[in-house]
Design a protein around this ligand. Structure first.
Ligand code: NDP
Ligand SMILES: Nc1nc2c(c(=O)[nH]1)N=C([C@H](O)[C@@H](O)CO)CN2
Length: 236
């Protein structure tokens, strides 16, 4: 059965990139289901536009499976799944394992279980896509975010495996951004340091990620690919 306008699921859409992409998908007429963990103004704003918010804490298997159960009460098909939810946590002395386990769970276990359990929903839509949002830092590693980088590298591996597993009906791709938007607490010195790392030297904002999502959803001949969106960090 081909769903005419099946919803798009985007995780971690309460703020920043996920919120922007959810808003843009709504702008373009897609029904949206989104996951959130904390009540934020963005969560209410999406609800007011008719999007369905589903609570999710992806830090445990139980939380992931509970989300999947809830999701299935809201829809019988999905046009796409965008795995955006993420924790960017540096190593904290004495608590390294907790951080690693948390980021393994949100960056790898959640996409893995959601893809496996929700592929039947995607099978009911044509076309159908999975998008994993990773990080350009996987390309060379990170001294300050070892566990974060390793778990994002695992997500890139899931892109390749699920692309092979789900072809030809479901396309599976990744997006690997470098800095697209700073965090509120980032001071001027940090911002200057980060901007100097790329050839283009700008803070582009979340629209560049939506443009990448749009390309992947609209292109029928791209799968198993991860788009680099990094301002030319690799040539600097
Ligand atoms: N911002 C940037 O410059 C860059 C971003 N990226 C990637 O792009 C994506 C979007 O980035 P950005 O918007 O900054 O992301 P955020 O840091 O704003 O995180 C997005 C959401 O993920 C949710 N989240 C975190 N941990 C969990 C969890 N355990 N369970 C459920 N939800 C969770 C948070 O929900 P809540 O707030 O409700 O707790 C948060 O709102 C991410 O995958 C990120 O790694 C990659 C490179 C650069
Ligand atoms: N979940 C998140 N992941 C990342 C963030 C973020 O704010 N949340 N930010 C970055 C930085 O911008 C980094 O790219 C700067 O070099 C990376 N990942």
């Amino acid at each position: 059965m081909t769903a005419t306008n099946a919803p798009i699921l985007i995780t971690g859409a309460g703020q920043r990139v996920g919120l922007h992409c959810a808003q843009r998908l709504l702008d373009e007429g897609h029904p949206v289901i989104f996951s959130y963990r904390s009540e934020r103004p963005g969560v209410q704003a999406l609800r007011e536009r008719g999007a369905i918010g589903v609570f999710a804490d992806f830090s445990t298997q139980a939380g992931i499976l509970a989300f999947i159960t809830q999701l299935n009460t809201h829809t019988q098909s999905l046009r796409a799944i965008i795995h955006n939810a993420s924790a960017w946590v540096a190593e904290t002395p004495g608590d390294e394992s907790r951080a690693f386990i948390d980021m393994f769970s949100v960056h790898m276990l959640a996409p893995y279980l959601i893809n496996l359990h929700c592929s039947p929903l995607l099978q009911r839509s044509t076309p159908a896509d999975i998008v994993h949002i990773s990080d350009d830092v996987v390309r060379k590693g990170s001294r300050q975010h070892i566990a974060y980088c390793a778990t994002k590298a695992g997500l890139d591996s899931l892109t390749l495996s699920f692309a092979a597993q789900f072809a030809p009906h479901i396309k599976v791709n990744g997006i690997a951004p470098a800095m697209v938007m700073f965090n509120e607490g980032d001071d001027a010195a940090y911002r200057a340091k980060v901007l100097a790392k790329s050839a283009l030297g700008i803070e582009p904002g979340p629209e560049v990620i939506y443009q990448s999502v749009r390309y992947l959803l609209d292109n029928p001949y791209v799968t198993g690919t991860t788009l680099t969106v990094n301002g030319g960090r690799h040539i600097k």
